[in-house]
Design a protein around this ligand. Sequence first.
Ligand code: FES
Ligand SMILES: [Fe+2]
Length: 424
Amino acid sequence: MATEIQFGDDRSPDAGLVDRALNGEVFVIRGAYNRFQLFKTLITASLDGIGKSAGENVARRAESEGFERIHEWVAPADIPAMTDAVYDSVKPLASGFLTAFVQQAFPEAKTLYYEETPNVRFHIPYDLARAQKDSYKSFSKDHGEGKITAHGPHRDSWLDCPSNGINLWFAVGPVRKGNGLTIYETDYQGDFVYKNSGDISDGEKLHRPTTFDLEPGDCVLFHTDQIHGSELNRINETRFVISFRMSFGKPVFPNRHYHKYVNADMVGTPLGFMASLPAAMQASFIRTLPWRLSEKLSPRPKKDIVAAPPETIGIERDGKIYIPIEAAPVGAVRGVSAAYCVARISDKEAVALSRRCPHSGGDFANGWIHDGAVVCPWHNLPFDTKTGRSPCKTLAQVRRVRCDIVGSEIVIDPTVKEAVVETG
Ligand code: FES
Ligand SMILES: [Fe+2]
């Protein structure tokens, strides 16, 4: 579980946070809103960007009524342009913001390097975003997943980020469980196959992640090697977050050396124009130069590495699927065929459902059961096992089929569709 830290009135967070984070500890640092004056400049810059794109009236309402309501005043189609405008306003603040934060939070830290452009993240409720699927997809192609769309589980270092990086994920507006961040802390040291896109491969099974409730000014601090992702926004609040990546000492790029990292000590000095040189003068930069050039000329569709086939533990006979009961212990979800999985809700109850999530095909067989619901492992979305529905009303129901516990076996009949049991 994440460690909670409070910015006190008279003291900074405990020393040693950087090393602890680089060893897998996740921190929630609370109270930056009051303690850390610079946080307010981040809000002012954000409002400035919102005002320029969506109009002063929207900016004033966001300021007085909350960023979480922004989808009430900005059309889903205008969210990409507004996000770009906020990018423009906050980018010049990165150096001052991070330098001041680091002095207060990590007084013992070595030379700060930071990713030149912070990440601006507006996630409006999914049911509103869905109609803009195509335009949000093309925004994500340019800016990366997780800015206005939900990002599946990944390590930043699987893609184009350093392996010695720290993520600082700042809640500008409130963040709630149901529209926030997932960190798969239990899987920190796990060895997983991942795709060229940087996302975890289909057949990999994760443990239930940590999720967060954050107030404006709170931040989550975690190693770029933590597997993390976004929850599909299932509540009626927009979450607005700005995140920064940084490293102490030169960033180390195990895969693609893509992002520009700036040496904070050089910013604002006569050598400021060369501040990105120290991080660039590394073998990883030269090695990936051809890839970077070709990306710029024509971004390629990402080819996925073929992973191990998903597990199928059922035996098919006479059109039915049989599983020994001990293969699906209480609390587990297991893949029984290419199309179906079984969720063992309790001693006496097992539910069979189609294994592909209607959002974007996450494999429920790699998910888990929480509060009686089957949860999709990719964006932490729960599906009611009695109705097959999720809180996202625009998503299709999951197909549920006949499933009985008969003696020492679970027997599934995919030809008999279960009726929806309304839970009221
Ligand atoms: S919630 Fe996104 S794939 Fe299931
Ligand atoms: Fe990430």
